[in-house]
Design a protein around this ligand. Structure first.
Ligand code: SF4
Ligand code: SF4
Length: 156
């Protein structure tokens, strides 16, 4: 009895060690992996997330600009988030709500305009080369004129 007395007195004056859930909820930790979310406007539909996903729960269709995930098969490993080249995948800091029926997370985007390939290091820019040719052509009649004038002077 006397060995427990200090513990009893300590618990009477200290705050409780647990929270009164669901009235009091703990704030999520930093980098908490909750529900997976895709910012589909930034998605380029490369399909890398689908190829890397270990549970094969992501489907990407580039033609129809569709990104789909089965959250019931997701194991929240975060590989898709880490490998996405445009960083458009994120985790919300809350888990999805319990459900009685399975549903897919479906997102439709818009097709992205194609980028032009950058010029290679050895290639000369065509636009800059073109005016030089036209200038030399323009100068050609002046040179001819000057040559004929010179000939005429020498004859005199
Ligand atoms: S890896 Fe990123 S950009 Fe590529 S399809 Fe997946 S979400 Fe879209
Ligand atoms: S978190 Fe892991 S299991 Fe879930 S969709 Fe991404 S890669 Fe797949």
């Amino acid at each position: 009895m006397f060995t427990f007395t200090p513990t009893i007195l300590k618990n009477l004056v200290n705050r409780p060690a647990t929270r009164k859930y669901p009235f009091v909820k703990r704030a999520p930790f930093e980098k908490y992996r909750g529900e997976l979310y895709s910012n589909v406007d930034d998605c380029i539909f490369c399909g890398l997330c689908a190829r890397k996903c270990p549970s094969v729960c992501i489907t990407v269709d580039k033609k129809t600009c569709l990104w789909e995930c089965d959250p019931f098969a997701c194991v929240y490993c975060g590989i898709c988030v880490d490998t996405c080249p445009t960083k458009c995948l994120h985790f919300h800091d809350v888990h999805r709500s319990p459900a009685t029926e399975q549903s897919l997370l479906t997102m439709h985007g818009a097709p992205k305009p194609k980028r032009k390939a950058p010029p290679k290091a050895g290639d000369a820019p065509e636009k800059e080369a073109a005016p030089k040719e036209t200038e030399s052509k323009k100068d050609a009649p002046d040179k001819k004129k000057a040559a004929t004038e010179k000939k005429a002077k020498t004859k005199k």
